[in-house]
Design a protein around this ligand. Structure first.
Ligand code: NAD
Length: 221
């Protein structure tokens, strides 16, 4: 991990992830210079990177803030549609943008496993199950969509909203003789904040472009 401290901003600063990110980035010596949420935006210095874990409704403004400050972007917000990806592709022509529906290392390794091996199970049944806390707004989760896309085929997705669960995902394959289940469990939101920190340090020094968290993991491994 890069030794230098970065100046960064958080979009969604008062939210569950925003607070987790401020705690981890602050504890690692990085300086929070811009905060934004539904109620207000405050800026005390020029950020090098913005970290957006908020709402798809905030993304156009986040992109404007990145352009105004020539800042890179790490975006973990889910429920993004094609219009949002179009904004990110445009921004990626000017600065480094890292987008992922899940910043946990294990989920991204699971994605790579599915991309490589799901084709071997193309005639097996396939269903995806996700469990999240009861305050989560979108369903299915962005991660369930990411994993489904990694399998390369459509499949039923089941969403449970229970208590305080940070995020569990299982991909089940079965035929008449076998069941293969692959499960990832995030034990706390800290894992997403850690991934966002790795992505922010990468983005602060990266060439312009639209990157995945997989690109970040391959760069730092
Ligand atoms: P939350 O509801 O606790 O916080 C949302 C924050 O966004 C709040 O600060 C709120 O004020 C702000 N916000 C909402 N609408 C806004 C708008 N229109 N303009 C500006 N700010 C706005 O949510 P959370 O649990 O922190 O999750 C935030 C997002 O991050 C969700 O999309 C969630 O699915 C996603 N998430 C992604 C990952 C990942 O690894 N990619 C992990 C966890 C959560």
């Amino acid at each position: 991990m890069a030794a230098r401290a970065i100046k960064y901003g958080i979009v969604g600063c008062s939210g569950r992830m925003g607070q987790e990110i401020a705690k981890l980035f602050g504890g690692s010596g990085h300086e929070l210079v811009l905060t934004s949420d539904l109620s207000k935006t405050e800026c005390k210095a020029k950020p090098e990177v913005l970290v957006d874990f908020s709402s798809h409704a905030a993304l156009a403004k986040t992109v404007e803030l990145c352009e105004a400050h020539a800042a890179a972007l790490v975006v973990g917000t889910t429920a993004l549609g094609e219009e949002h990806f179009a904004l990110l592709r445009e921004l990626g022509k000017k600065t480094a943008v890292v987008q992922s529906f899940n910043f946990a290392t294990g989920v991204n390794v699971l994605k790579m496993i599915l991309q490589d091996y799901a084709p071997l199970l193309s005639d097996w049944d396939l269903e995806i199950e996700e469990v999240h806390h009861n305050k989560k707004k979108d369903a299915p989760s962005g991660t369930a969509i990411l994993l489904r896309e990694a399998t390369g085929r459509p499949c039923p997705t089941h969403s449970l909203r229970l208590g305080g669960v940070p995020g569990d995902h299982s991909v089940h394959f079965a035929n008449d003789g076998e069941v293969l289940s692959l499960t990832h469990r995030a034990l706390s939101r800290g894992v997403f904040a850690l991934g966002a920190l790795r992505a922010a340090l990468f983005a602060a020094d990266a060439e312009k472009g639209l990157y995945t968290f997989e690109d970040v993991l391959k760069h730092i491994s």
